[in-house]
Every structure is written in structure tokens, then in C-alpha cells.
Design a binder for this molecule. Structure first.
Ligand SMILES: [Zn+2]
Ligand SMILES: [Zn+2]
Length: 154
């Protein structure tokens, strides 16, 4: 069980979350590029997360994926920072946008997915596993995290 704190860009929303890190990866799909309005998205998956809003509130947008799933996407209604994703069919996992954490120094993605749409100027680390799209089984991402050397502070 680890504990992390973070905030949105404008600072009206602060959160604390406790849970067990299950995976940390970068996603280069077009959706993550568009959502972040940047080159890729990062996801920190916590198992059995307990989320506490210390200050402020979130708004929610329900994303319907091409595969028929629904992801609740929570963000700061004032500055628009995306903070949390949760798939309704896997409620045991909370996905955090880890750039919002107070301490980002330990963030080392253990895998890269959707490398087929990665920005061509971005060198991907050879020692980290990659998938051209989604892995067949997301357990592979969790195994990559377990296999990676990491110092997960919190
Ligand atoms: Zn904000
Ligand atoms: Zn993505």
C-alpha cells in the first residue's frame, strides 16, 4: 500500500490516494495524444485505491470506447486538468494521470503501448517492453511493472 498526493494545474483540487501500484506505462494512441494535447499519455494504475479529495471537486465525462466499454474520466472543472480514469467493468483499478502527482521524480514507465502511433522523433527505450497497440492481456503490463527496477515512493 502506497500513498500519493497530487493536484490539478490551477490548484483548486488536491487529492490523496492510497493503493498498490499495479502498472505504470506510457500510451501513444491517438486518444491519449488528443486527451493530453501532447505526444503521449501516462497511466499509473492503482489496485484497491482509496481516493480522498482534500480540496475542490471533479467533473466527469464518460468516454465510450470503440470496444464498447465505458471509462469515467474525471477532471478539474476550472482548469481542465485530467486526473483520474476508471473503467466501469474493472472498478478495482483506478488510473491516475501521474503528471499530477506532487512527486514525479520516480515515474519511469515500465512499458510503452500503441507505439505504432508514437511521434516519430521520440526515441523509445530499448530495455522497456513495447506493444504496437494494446497488449492482448493487460496483465502483461502489470508483469512489466513487476519486472522493472523501480523505487516507488509515496
Ligand atoms: Zn484546476
Ligand atoms: Zn492511449
Amino acid at each position: 500500500m502506497q500513498q500519493f498526493e497530487g493536484a490539478c494545474q490551477c490548484g483548486q483540487l488536491r487529492y490523496r490516494v492510497r493503493g498498490t501500484v499495479a502498472a505504470l506505462f506510457a500510451c501513444h494512441c491517438r486518444d491519449c495524444q488528443r486527451q493530453s494535447a501532447s505526444a503521449f499519455g501516462m497511466a499509473l494504475w492503482l489496485r484497491d485505491a482509496e481516493l480522498t479529495l482534500l480540496q475542490g471537486s471533479t467533473a466527469c465525462w464518460a468516454r465510450h470506447t470503440p470496444g464498447g466499454r465505458v471509462t469515467d474520466c474525471r477532471f478539474c472543472p476550472q482548469c481542465g486538468s485530467r486526473l483520474f480514469h476508471q473503467n466501469r467493468d474493472t472498478p478495482q483499478f483506478l488510473s491516475i494521470k501521474p503528471g499530477s502527482l506532487d512527486d514525479t521524480s520516480w515515474l519511469r514507465p515500465a512499458a510503452h503501448i500503441w507505439t505504432q502511433s508514437a511521434q516519430p522523433w521520440l526515441p523509445l527505450p530499448a530495455e522497456v517492453p513495447g506493444w504496437p497497440g494494446n497488449p492482448d492481456d493487460f496483465a502483461e503490463l502489470m508483469a512489466a511493472w513487476q519486472a522493472a527496477p523501480h523505487d516507488c515512493r509515496g
